[in-house]
Structure formats: structure tokens, C-alpha cells
Design a protein around this ligand. Structure first.
Ligand SMILES: [Zn+2]
Length: 286
């Protein structure tokens, strides 16, 4: 059975190479069955056509001829290069950085979060705060990451509607002295604005609802190394305040990576938060 499956795969492989534009076939021969990041290059030395990642470079690159858009990209492609990584995490980190710095023609433009903001909750109404003013990697009581003030307030409204929180107390609506908010009359606010619920209880319900969106403060003093062990190689991903400094082979090299300039790294946070805190990857404090 095993041998049969393998021979089927070989046939598929051969068929896949055959369907590829002829001028690219020579580049496919050496593609490894290994995780990593691959690049389709066109005529230009500096502007790549497409950058992608996979846990299996060979099968992923081979599958790039399915849609008309991909066919168009392949026609313009002149060569394929790749960088192997230990696993999926290393591939994600490298891919995000390469797309950001090289801006390939066929990748969907990564949104630039110029107005990246969050909701900060103290004793009163949540305030919209901006990553350009506040270091999001180590500020407490931040909830959610949004690309605009509008998006942050929309999310707050949705939570208010789900939880019957008061738009007045949340700062979404102006309250008149001595009167409940507009939605209290419709029973869509539980009534913290008109004495039917204590302010403390309302604030606690708000905190509970926001909790799952909490932005996690960087929990270490300085950088840490995440050990990713793959079948073919092992990498130490060096991270500081959610910022990926690079991936190296040894602890000595890891200690030499310098802390990057500050500024909250939204991509790094998105990719790293869960894997870093999951305990799946052994950590080395550097
Ligand atoms: Zn109300």
C-alpha cells in the first residue's frame, strides 16, 4: 500500500511538472519537501512577483498553476528561489518580513496600520489610544487591535449591544443629567445610567466582555529565543517585545542579535502571541 501511494505521488509530481510553463521546470527539480519561504522572480532583480510560505515547499510551489491569476503570474516568472526553515513558525516570520520589505507584485498589499489603535480601559469609559503614542507591547489594560478609531468604536458598540451595556457610560452617546440613555427606554441598555444596575457592576461586565481581546504585555525582561525543531533543521527564533529579530542556529548567535528599534510590531504580535504563550516551543531567556 505504501509503495503504491508513493508511486501515485510520483506520477502526480511528474504530471505537475509537465503542466508547469516549460521555462520554469528546471527550477522545480531541487525543491525540497521541507518547510520554508519561496519566491517567484520575474525580469526584475529587485521586485519579486510573489512570495509565499509552506510546510512543504515542493508540493506548495507545484500547486501554483490552478487559477487564471496564478497562470498569469507564472507566465511572467523567470525563476524560483526558496529559503528552508525549521517549521511553519519560522516560515511565517520570514514570509511576513520578506513581503513587507520586498512588496511583491502579486501579493495582496499588506495593510499598513498607520492608525493602529486599541481600547484602553481605566475606571471610566474606554479610551481609543494609538500605537504611535503608546508602546502597545508593554501597556496594561489594552483591548483589541484596530486599524482605525472608527473600527475600535464599532467593536465597542457591538459589545455594548450584545451585553446590554450603556452607550452613555461607554462614551458613545451624550447623557443628559438625571435621565437614562436613549437605549435604556428600549430596554437595550441594562440601566446603569438610571440606577437599575450599579456602575461597578456595569464596569465589571464591560471588563469581562473585553477580556478575550486583551493585548498581552510582553511578559519577559528582554528577548527570548523560541526553539523550533524540524525534521531537517532546528532554529532559534529570537523575539523581543513581539518583534522578530531573526532566526539563528545557536544560542551564541541568538545572544548577538541586537534589540530592534521600538514600535509595536503588529505582524509579529499576530504571528507570535499564541505560539509563544502556548508552551509548545521551548524558550530560552536571552
Ligand atoms: Zn444607558
Amino acid at each position: 500500500m505504501v509503495r503504491r501511494a508513493a508511486s501515485h505521488r510520483l506520477e502526480f509530481d511528474a504530471a505537475a511538472i509537465y503542466q508547469y510553463p516549460e521555462h520554469l521546470r528546471q527550477w522545480l527539480e531541487g525543491l525540497p519537501n521541507q518547510p520554508g519561504v519561496y519566491t517567484f522572480h520575474g525580469e526584475s532583480e529587485n521586485l519579486p512577483l510573489y512570495i509565499g510560505k509552506s510546510v512543504n515547499l515542493r508540493s506548495r510551489v507545484m500547486s501554483h498553476f490552478r487559477t487564471p491569476e496564478e497562470a498569469s503570474m507564472l507566465r511572467q516568472a523567470r525563476r524560483v528561489t526558496w529559503i528552508p526553515t525549521a517549521g511553519d513558525l519560522g516560515a511565517q516570520l520570514l514570509e511576513a518580513q520578506m513581503i513587507k520589505t520586498q512588496q511583491p507584485l502579486f501579493n495582496k498589499r499588506l495593510r499598513k496600520y498607520r492608525q493602529l489603535c486599541s481600547l484602553q480601559l481605566g475606571d471610566g469609559a474606554p479610551q481609543v489610544v494609538y500605537a504611535k503614542d503608546l508602546d502597545f507591547s508593554c501597556s496594561p489594560n489594552l483591548y483589541g487591535l484596530f486599524r482605525s478609531r472608527f473600527a475600535a468604536l464599532e467593536k465597542l458598540k457591538t459589545i455594548a449591544d450584545e451585553q446590554r451595556l450603556c452607550h452613555g457610560l461607554l462614551g458613545l452617546e451624550r447623557l443628559s443629567p438625571g435621565r437614562g440613555c436613549f437605549r435604556a427606554a428600549l430596554k437595550r441598555c441594562a440601566g446603569a445610567c438610571c440606577g437599575k444596575e450599579s456602575i461597578e457592576h456595569h464596569q465589571q461586565r464591560l471588563r469581562d466582555a473585553l477580556e478575550q481581546m486583551r493585548v498581552v504585555c510582553w511578559p519577559w525582561q528582554g528577548p527570548v529565543g523560541m526553539l523550533e525543531v524540524g525534521a531537517e533543521m532546528t532554529q532559534i527564533h529570537v523575539i523581543d517585545h513581539w518583534f522578530w529579530l531573526g532566526s539563528v542556529a545557536t544560542e551564541a548567535e541568538a545572544r548577538q542579535l541586537q534589540r530592534a528599534s521600538s514600535g509595536f510590531d503588529h505582524d509579529g504580535y499576530k504571528i507570535l502571541c499564541r505560539p509563544l504563550l502556548s508552551g509548545v516551543f521551548p524558550l530560552i531567556e536571552l
